[in-house]
Design a protein around this ligand. Structure first.
Ligand code: PLP
Length: 409
C-alpha cells in the first residue's frame, strides 16, 4: 500500500489496483520522463510500448490541438473525417478492408471475439470456440481475461466467458488437437509481449495459417503490442504472410496506434466483417480527436526511412544486449525489432528494475538521472523504447543496465 505521506501528492483516492513507486511523473520529452522532484529518467518502457514516437512528440500535440479546435466528437452515429482518413490509411497499407476503432486493446480484442463468434454462427454452424495460447495476454475485460493464458485468469471473476481452449505456442500439434467443428478461430500474439517477449516462429505461424484454412477457421492476430512498426515492419504479420492467402483474417491494434492517446482498432477483411447494425459500437469509438492523432502518428511511421530505422535500432539494441549477455554471463537476448527482452538466467529482474530507477543516480555520469525498465517475468527484462530511439540513447541505457545488473545480483 502506497504511503501518501511520503509524497507531495495525495494518492488515497485512487483505487489500489497495482503497486506503484512513490514517484509522480509531471513531464515527458522524447525518451525521457521527469518526476515531481525534477529527477529525470531515461525511459525504455514508454507507457508499455505506447508512446511510439517518444513522450509528447510535437506531431501528437499539434494534431490534438488542431483537431480540438475543429471538432471533438459529433457522436459515433455520424461519419467524421479523421476516422475515415485513418481507416483508409490502415486499409491501404494492410490486408484489411474494414476497421472499427476502439479505446483500448482489450476492447479491440473483445470486438474480435464477438466478430469471430458472429462469423461462426453465420458460416460454420454455430462454431464459437476460439483457441488461444498459454501465457497469452489479450486484456482485462471478462472475455479477454478468459482468452488470456495467464494461470487463473479464466476463473478470477467467475463465472467468466467460456470457449477458449488453450494450446501451446510453437506447437502445431497442440492446436490441431483442440480444433473441432466448434472452432471459429485461433487467436494469438505474433510475439507474446506480457509473457516476456516470446516470439512465435515464422514456420509455426505459416503452419497455423494453413491449419486454420484447412479447418475453415479464422486466424486472429493480436497486434496490440506488435503493430504499428514495433517489430520493424508496419504489422508483425508481415514477418510470416508472404501472400494474401497467408495473411490473417482479423488483426487488432492498440498501444502505438495513438502514440500515447487512447486509440485502438479492430481490423478485418471484407468477407469476415459480418457485424449487423447494432451489434458493435460505443460512445467514444472512432472520435475525430483520437483518430486525428492516429493519422498523424501513422503518417510519421510511413515516412520513407522510418521503418528501416526501427530495424536498424532493433539490431543495434539486440547487439548491445548480446554483449551484455556475454560480458555478464547471462542467459540470452531475444525479440523482434524494438520489442526485445534480456533473459537473466536467474530471478532478479525486479531488483534490476528498482535499482535502475531508484539508485542509478548515485553512480558517476548518472547525476539525478534514473533508468526505467520493465520486468514482465522474475528472470526477464523487457525493452520497449520509442521507435525513433537513437544509438546514443541505447548506449546510455546499456551502460545503466550493466550497472544495475551488477548491483542487483
Ligand atoms: N493485447 C496485447 C498483446 C497487449 O499487450 C495488451 C496490453 O498490454 C492488450 C491486448 C490490452 O490492451 P489494453 O491495455 O489497451 O486494453
Amino acid at each position: 500500500m502506497t504511503n501518501a505521506h511520503d509524497l507531495e501528492f495525495p494518492v488515497q483516492n485512487l483505487m489500489e489496483v497495482t503497486e506503484r513507486p512513490e514517484i509522480v511523473f509531471v513531464k515527458g520529452d522524447g525518451a525521457y520522463l521527469t518526476d515531481h522532484r525534477g529527477k529525470r529518467y531515461l525511459d525504455f518502457v514508454q507507457g508499455w510500448a505506447v508512446t511510439c514516437l517518444g513522450h509528447c512528440p510535437p506531431v501528437v500535440g499539434e494534431a490534438l490541438a488542431a483537431q480540438a479546435r475543429e471538432l471533438i466528437t459529433p457522436s459515433p452515429a455520424f461519419y467524421n473525417e479523421p476516422s475515415l482518413r485513418l481507416a483508409g490509411m490502415i486499409a491501404a497499407h494492410s490486408r484489411f478492408q474494414r476497421v472499427f476503432f476502439t479505446n483500448s486493446g482489450a476492447e479491440a480484442n473483445e470486438g474480435a471475439i464477438k466478430l469471430a463468434r458472429k462469423w461462426g454462427r453465420r458460416f460454420k454452424g454455430g462454431a464459437y470456440e476460439i483457441i488461444t495460447f498459454d501465457h497469452a495476454f489479450h486484456g482485462r475485460t471478462l472475455a479477454t481475461m478468459s482468452a488470456s493464458g495467464k494461470p487463473g485468469w479464466d476463473t478470477m471473476f467467475a463465472p467468466q466467458v467460456d470457449g477458449f481452449p488453450k494450446a501451446t505456442l510453437n506447437d502445431i500439434a497442440s492446436v490441431e488437437a483442440r480444433i473441432s467443428a466448434r472452432t471459429a478461430a485461433v487467436m494469438l500474439e505474433p510475439v507474446q509481449g506480457e509473457a516476456g517477449v516470446l516470439p512465435a516462429t515464422v514456420e509455426f505461424l505459416r503452419e497455423l495459417r494453413a491449419l486454420t484454412r484447412r479447418h475453415h477457421c479464422l486466424m486472429i492476430v493480436d497486434e496490440v503490442q506488435t503493430g504499428v512498426g514495433r517489430t520493424g515492419t508496419l504489422w508483425a504479420y508481415e514477418h510470416f504472410a508472404r501472400t494474401a492467402a497467408e495473411a490473417p483474417d482479423i488483426m487488432t491494434l492498440g498501444k502505438g496506434l495513438g502514440g500515447g492517446v487512447p486509440l485502438a482498432a479492430l481490423c478485418a477483411t471484407e468477407d469476415v466483417s459480418v457485424f449487423e447494425h447494432g451489434e458493435q459500437g460505443g460512445t467514444f469509438n472512432g472520435s475525430p480527436l483520437m483518430t486525428a492523432v492516429g493519422g498523424a502518428v501513422l503518417t510519421k511511421i510511413l515516412e520513407p526511412g522510418f521503418l528501416p530505422g526501427v530495424v536498424d535500432a532493433g539490431n543495434y539494441l539486440g547487439a548491445q544486449l548480446s554483449a551484455v549477455v556475454r560480458d555478464l554471463d547471462l542467459s540470452h537476448e531475444r525479440g523482434w525489432g524494438l520489442l526485445r527482452a534480456l533473459a537473466l538466467g536467474a530471478d532478479f529482474a525486479g531488483r534490476v528494475v528498482t535499482y535502475a530507477r531508484d539508485e542509478l543516480h548515485k553512480h558517476p555520469g548518472w547525476d539525478d538521472m534514473g533508468l526505467l525498465l520493465n520486468a514482465p517475468r522474475p528472470d526477464t527484462i523487457r525493452f520497449m523504447p520509442p521507435l525513433n530511439v537513437t544509438r546514443g540513447e541505447i548506449d546510455r541505457m546499456t551502460e545503466g543496465l550493466r550497472i544495475a545488473i551488477d548491483a542487483a545480483r
